[in-house]
Design a protein around this ligand. Structure first.
Ligand SMILES: *Cc1c(COP(=O)(O)O)cnc(C)c1O
Length: 397
């Protein structure tokens, strides 16, 4: 399983660890991604945002697989382009044949200006010191590099100070190899509870952004596009509607309640690989935290915290087997869990086990599992490790 091996080598002649290809996985643990759901979500989000969307596919599309997700969205023509965090992530998409525009949102341009130009990636500039080297890199190749500016309206992390905007616009105007195509900001609290202080902050950020947009409109080309909405911005703030939106979490069907019309794209599945009969009083797994209160039948399932199943669900999580919700008992191990199937007499080796997703009438959502584990929905899907092969439902169009 290569990640950025190829592109990194291409980048700087760096030594890259040799990647061992295991061939087809033997262990029956898989993350399945419904690409049709991602495409449908992108269309729904576009509708809700009243604008085209840039699909945020950073961090390997939040664990869903950036290349497969981007290919499906590009083929469906349902998004205006892609947004990633790292230059490496942009190069990975180009190496996979993605031709749509790719916005690199992260801070770490470092000295990658030549790579940005070579691979036709659009930087989102939050530090004006990158302008001159970018202009030089574009000049060397006699190209014009499109770029976006990011303004800090209160997130306090990345972004130009509002006060330096005039100066920065002048610099871009005078650099003939640079073209401003977007002006953006990022919301810090759009997903916080209604009526909390944090929500006041979102309104304040949106008010400041509106001011910035008004200033820019007087100065820059009319084609420049403005954008501020992440998923929560799209779902909760009409004032975050501009020319583009940047959903990540919601693109994969998460971060939204039922009734919004989004579908969770990921499911996490394994199989029962052993059944054990134990007697009353038997203890299970590390720390012996579970004791059988009756003679029990236990299923051993080969998925653990090294696969991204949070260890914090020990003693409270569930797995779906035979269309029913069964308790995970004892501590989640690195490579396996134990599930109590005493009440499921038909349970057999080879039965499908669902940790995320649906089986029959039952389902476990990313939101439910994240809440149970005390982690965010973002961390949960990003944390499904590379040891878990991704499979794709391709039934598109
Ligand atoms: C990650 C990111 C997004 C997407 O945020 P979600 O909450 O996943 O929709 C949008 N904009 C920027 C700048 C980001 O870094």
């Amino acid at each position: 399983m290569t990640l950025w091996g190829v592109s990194l080598t291409a980048m700087q002649g760096l030594e890259v660890n040799e990647v061992v290809d295991w061939g087809p996985a033997i262990r029956p643990t898989r993350a399945n991604i419904d690409l049709q759901a991602v495409v449908a979500n992108s269309r729904r989000l576009s509708e809700l945002a009243h604008s085209p969307v840039l699909a945020v596919v950073k961090a390997d599309a939040y664990g869903h697989g950036a290349v497969s997700v981007a290919r499906a969205l590009e083929a469906a023509r349902s998004v205006a382009g892609f947004a990633v965090s790292l230059v490496e992530e942009g190069i990975e998409l180009r190496a996979a044949g993605i031709t749509s525009s790719i916005l690199v949102m992260g801070p770490s341009l470092m000295d990658s200006h030549d790579l940005m130009v070579e691979h036709e990636l659009m930087p989102m500039i939050s530090d004006e010191r990158h302008l001159a080297p970018l202009a030089r890199a574009a000049g060397k190749r006699t190209r014009v590099l499109d770029l976006h500016l990011k303004i800090d309206t209160g997130m306090g992390r990345l972004g130009l100070h509002e006060g330096s905007l005039g100066d920065v616009l002048s610099q871009i105007e005078s650099a003939k190899n640079l073209r401003l195509v977007g002006v953006a900001s990022h919301l810090a609290c759009a997903d916080e509870d209604e009526a909390s202080d944090a929500q006041c902050m979102t309104h304040e950020q949106l008010r400041r952004f509106a001011g910035i947009v008004a200033t820019c409109r007087k100065r820059v080309a009319p084609e420049v596009r403005y954008h501020v909405a992440n998923s929560a911005g799209i779902l909760r703030f009409e004032a975050a509607r501009y020319d583009l939106a940047r959903p990540g979490l919601a693109l994969y069907g998460n971060g939204a309640g039922p009734g919004v019309g989004l579908r969770q794209a990921i499911s996490l599945r394994s199989q029962v690989t052993q059944l054990r009969h134990v007697t009353t009083g038997a203890r299970v797994s590390y720390g012996a935290t579970w004791t059988a209160k009756r003679d029990s039948v236990l299923a051993i399932v080969p998925i653990g915290y090294a696969d991204g199943l949070p260890r914090n669900i020990s003693g409270k999580g569930h797995a779906l087997i035979g269309g029913a919700r069964m308790a995970i008992v004892g501590t989640v191990s690195m490579d396996m869990i134990v599930v109590d199937v005493t009440d499921l007499p038909a349970a057999a080796i080879g039965d499908e086990v669902v940790l995320l997703g649906s089986q029959g009438a039952e389902s476990i959502s990313v939101a439910q599992l994240a809440k149970q584990a005390g982690v965010s929905e973002y961390e949960l899907t990003c944390g499904i490790s590379k040891r878990v092969p991704r499979t794709y439902d391709e039934r598109l169009h």
